[in-house]
Ligand binder design. Structure first.
Ligand code: FAD
Length: 446
């Protein structure tokens, strides 16, 4: 059988390699770490989560990413299986112990008889004799590979920012001010740590964010747009003094046992299985490290915070999917090369893994000389695939998280002519997707 080469052992590459191997196709997985690392990765583990430890909402009935989780589980995803094994409490979200998760993925891949893992950079176009390749080198694709991709696609890959939120040790949090509670008591009811700010403290904090010294832009980074879902906290603060109080710092669904109702809150989410580390939710930042310690320690409860990791800033590399990719993720200009993960212009851990899963399935079918069916457009997998392979406008193409806006809209009215709105409408999307996915799942299992 033909061997398929997978370049990049991140979320997408790991998932693609797994799908190929499970379909009995021999795989060589090339991962450059630890020989060469990226600006954000800190370990040599496969499927390392570089920032948040959350795979976001696990609610498959009312949330598009939760629905994507469910579809990936049904399709035999390695990433979801390991996430379920290494889950930590996080309300309605699927969050994981990042080390256990990465080690679990690595163990599954390295013990698979069909998979060979090579620790090496593929520094340029893969050699001609590699007949079938999946490139899953991620948002921090090595420069040599980025150049090679640019050469093949004839398109400039865009670069822009994603930012990292700081992590503090639980022991260093002051619980005479902070308290455990999930918004509206979801999950166990006490999955998050909350720090209360009164009005005066909140506005002082906003001023400190705006005035704090930032990491300067490189010349080539100027004018690059932020991804709206991952805006640095100070950029949100600059948009208006109350933006955060109505956004990530809104005080709703919480009751402060230590004092009066807060004007705003900072929420911290568990970051490891032991429960010793907590990250500041939504606090990705490009403040200088020294400034971060000063500004964040002004938050009540975090006066003595010890930072296990401070926030940071990194670029993103992705191609213009709708222009350069065919319907099964191959580069139109060189169909032996198939892309997967964030480099296609999807955004997020789950989305990257999902596109990795599809790339693996497509590559396996191609290696066997069979036709591969795309998941229906009304499913989360299908909607996401459509976005990166033609559903989106090439002119204005931007990375995108999965959301119901990417799905074809269901009819506005039900059988009895009643208008379906809000949560009920989301459920309609989910139910429709579930039903439509079943024959596709049967087709990939045959
Ligand atoms: P990666 O997981 O990055 O995997 C790519 C792999 O390819 C890496 O292991 C890399 O070492 C390897 N590689 C690169 N070039 C080569 C080469 N030439 N040869 C061999 N190997 C190579 N998403 C979220 O959902 N939540 C977040 O909080 C979040 N935070 C982010 C923070 C930062 C700083 C960045 C950059 C991205 C963040 N993302 C986040 C976005 C994105 O979903 C993740 O980066 C995700 O890991 C992408 O999966 P991937 O498999 O495409 O890439």
């Amino acid at each position: 059988t033909r061997t398929v080469h997978v370049i990049g052992g991140g979320l997408a590459g790991s998932e693609a390699a797994w799908q190929l191997a499970q379909a009995d196709i021999p795989v060589i997985l090339h991962e450059m770490r630890p020989v060469r690392t990226t600006p954000a990765h800190q370990t040599d583990g496969l499927a390392e989560l570089v920032c948040s430890n959350s795979l976001r909402s696990d609610d498959a009935d009312y949330n598009a990413v939760g629905l994507l989780h469910e579809e990936m589980r049904r399709a035999g995803s390695l990433i979801l299986a390991q996430a379920d094994i290494h889950k930590v409490p996080a309300g309605g979200a699927l969050a994981v112990d990042r080390d256990g998760f990465s080690q679990g993925v690595q163990a599954a891949l390295s013990s698979h008889p069909r998979i060979t893992i090579l620790r090496e950079e593929v520094a340029g176009l893969p050699p001609e004799e590699w007949e079938q390749v999946v490139i899953a080198t991620g948002p921090l694709t090595s420069p040599a590979m980025a150049e090679a991709l640019k050469g093949v696609t004839g398109e400039d890959s865009l670069a822009f920012f994603d930012a990292i939120a700081p992590i503090v040790t639980k022991d260093s949090i002051n619980f005479t001010k902070a308290w455990f509670q999930s918004r509206y008591d979801k999950g166990t009811g006490s999955d998050y740590i909350n720090c209360p700010l009164d009005k005066e403290q909140y506005y002082a904090f906003i001023d400190a964010l705006i005035e704090g010294e930032k990491v300067p832009f490189h010349e080539w980074e100027k004018d690059t747009p932020y991804f709206e879902g991952c805006l640095p906290i100070e950029v949100m603060a600059e948009r208006g003094k109350d933006t955060l109080a109505f956004g990530p710092m809104k005080p709703v669904g919480l009751t402060n046992p230590n004092g009066p109702k807060p004007f705003a809150v900072v929420q911290l989410r568990q970051d490891n299985a032991l429960g010793t580390l907590y990250n500041l939710v939504g606090f990705q930042t490009k403040l200088r490290h020294g400034e971060q310690a000063r500004v964040f320690r002004a938050i009540p409860g975090l006066e003595n915070a010890e930072f296990a990791r401070l926030g940071g800033l990194h670029r993103n590399t992705f191609v213009n999917g709708p222009r350069v990719l065919d319907r099964t993720l191959r580069l139109k200009a060189q169909p032996r090369l198939r892309l997967a993960g964030q480099v296609t212009g999807c955004e997020g851990y789950v989305e990257s893994s999902a596109i990795g899963l599809l790339a693996g399935l497509f590559a396996a079918a191609e290696a066997r000389g069979e036709e591969m069916f795309r998941p229906p457009a009304v499913t989360a997998l299908g909607a996401l695939l459509n976005h990166v392979t033609g559903g989106a406008e090439a002119e204005t193409y931007q990375p995108m998280n999965i959301n119901f806006g990417l799905f074809p809209p269901p009819p506005e009215r039900d059988d009895r002519g009643r208008r379906v709105k809000g949560r009920d409408r989301k459920k309609l999307y989910a139910d429709r997707a579930r039903e439509a996915l079943t024959p596709w799942i049967d087709s990939i299992r045959k």
